[in-house]
Ligand binder design. Structure first.
Ligand code: FAD
Length: 294
C-alpha cells in the first residue's frame, strides 16, 4: 500500500524508524527488534540508508523486504542520492520493485568530505523528480522545522522545500525537535505557502545524554532549558533518564496530537523497549492496537 493512501485513511499515522546494523554479524538483532516493533502495530516502519551513500553492502532493501514479507507492515525505504549515479539509483529502485516495496523516503544525504563525488543528483528535489517519473512509488521527503543546518536562512530553506514538494513529494517527515513551538510555526508557514501534503512530526525519545549532544551538533536543533536540566540531573542514573526521556517524548506527542498532527514518526534508534514503553503509556491517545501483550 502506498503511504500517501495510509494518510488518507488514518489520523494520526504512527511509524517507527530503524537503522541497519553496521556489522553483518548483528543482522539478527535487527530482526528481533522488528519483531518487537511489529507487535506494536505501527502503520509503517522506515529503514534508513547508510550515510556513505554506497549501494554496496546496503541492507536497507533487505530489511525493508523482511518487514513486508514477514509482518505485512509497509516499509518506507530511505534512499540518498548524493554521490550516486543514475545507474546506481536505478539498481536500488529496481530492487525495491522486485521486492514489492512501493514507498521511498527520497533524500540528498550529507555531503561527503571527498571532493571527487558523483554529481548526477545534487539535491533531494532531483531524486524526487526522477523517482516520480517512474510512477511506481509513494515518495516521502525530509523537512526541517528549525531550518536545515546548511541553509542560509529559513525562508530560503522553505523556498527549496516548496520546490521539492512540487517535484512529486507525497508526504513530509520532520527532523526531530524538542520544542513543539518550532513545529507549529513551521506548519503555519507551510500552510501559508499552500503546501498541504501530510506532515508527520519526528520525535526522538532521548535516553542518553551523549546521544543528544551528538544529534545537536549534527543537525543544530535547539534543546529547551527544561530538557537540559533533566539530562544534567539524571545523566548518571540510566533508569531515571529513560523514564524522564520517555515522559518528555510522551508530553510532546500528546501536545501534538491535541493540535491534530497528521502523524508521529518515532526515531526509536532500534530500541524497541523504548517504543513499547511510549505506546503502552499513551495507547488510546495514539489510537494504536497493540497486537500482543506480555
Ligand atoms: P535537500 O532537500 O536536498 O536539502 C539540502 C540542503 O540544500 C538544504 O539546506 C536546502 O535548503 C538546500 N537546497 C535544496 N534544494 C536546493 C537547490 N535546488 N538549490 C540550492 N540549495 C538547495 N541521511 C542519511 O544518510 N540516511 C538516511 O536514511 C536519512 N534519513 C533521514 C530521515 C529524515 C526524516 C530526516 C529529516 C533526515 C534524514 N537524513 C538521512 C539526513 C539527511 O540526509 C540530511 O539532513 C541531508 O543533509 C539533507 O537531506 P535532504 O534530503 O533534506 O536534502
Amino acid at each position: 500500500m502506498y503511504i500517501k493512501d495510509i494518510f488518507k485513511e488514518k489520523k494520526p499515522v504512527i511509524s517507527f524508524e530503524i537503522f541497519p546494523p553496521k556489522k553483518e554479524s548483528n543482522i539478527k538483532t535487527i530482526y528481533k527488534t522488528i519483531d518487537e516493533l511489529a507487535q506494536l502495530n505501527p502503520d509503517y516502519i522506515s529503514v534508513t540508508y547508510g550515510a556513505s551513500g554506497s549501494i554496496k553492502n546496503n541492507k536497507t532493501v533487505e530489511i525493508s523486504s523482511f518487514i513486508k514479507r514477514e509482518y505485512k507492515i509497509e516499509p518506507l525505504s530511505h534512499l540518498t542520492c548524493i554521490n550516486s549515479s543514475k545507474k546506481e539509483i536505478d539498481e536500488i529502485l529496481n530492487q525495491l520493485i522486485e521486492n514489492n516495496i512501493s514507498n521511498v523516503l527520497a533524500l540528498r544525504g550529507d555531503i561527503p568530505n571527498d571532493k571527487n563525488i558523483k554529481k548526477e543528483f545534487n539535491y533531494a528535489e532531483d531524486l524526487i523528480r526522477y523517482i516520480s517519473k517512474k510512477k511506481k512509488f509513494s515518495i516521502g521527503a525530509a523537512c526541517y522545522p528549525e531550518g536545515h543546518i546548511e541553509a542560509r536562512n529559513k525562508s530560503l530553506d522553505l523556498y527549496y522545500l516548496n520546490k521539492k514538494v512540487n517535484a512529486g513529494t507525497d508526504f513530509l517527515i520532520t527532523q526531530l525537535f524538542f520544542d513543539n513551538k518550532y513545529f507549529y510555526d513551521f506548519r503555519e508557514k507551510l500552510k501559508n505557502r499552500n503546501i498541504n501534503i501530510p506532515l508527520q512530526a519526528g520525535i526522538m525519545p532521548v535516553v542518553n545524554k551523549k546521544q543528544v549532544e551528538k544529534i545537536v551538533s549534527m543537525c543544530g536543533v535547539n534543546i529547551p532549558e527544561k530538557f537540559i536540566k533533566i539530562m544534567n540531573k539524571y545523566e548518571n542514573n540510566k533508569e531515571a533518564l529513560i523514564d524522564a526521556g520517555v515522559t518528555y517524548a510522551c508530553d510532546q506527542i500528546i501536545d501534538l496530537l491535541t493540535t491534530g498532527v497528521d502523524g508521529i514518526h518515532l526515531y526509536v534508534m532500534n530500541k524497541s523497549k523504548i517504543a513499547k514503553e511510549i505506546v503502552k503509556r499513551i495507547t488510546s491517545i495514539l489510537k494504536i492496537n497493540i497486537k500482543m501483550e506480555e
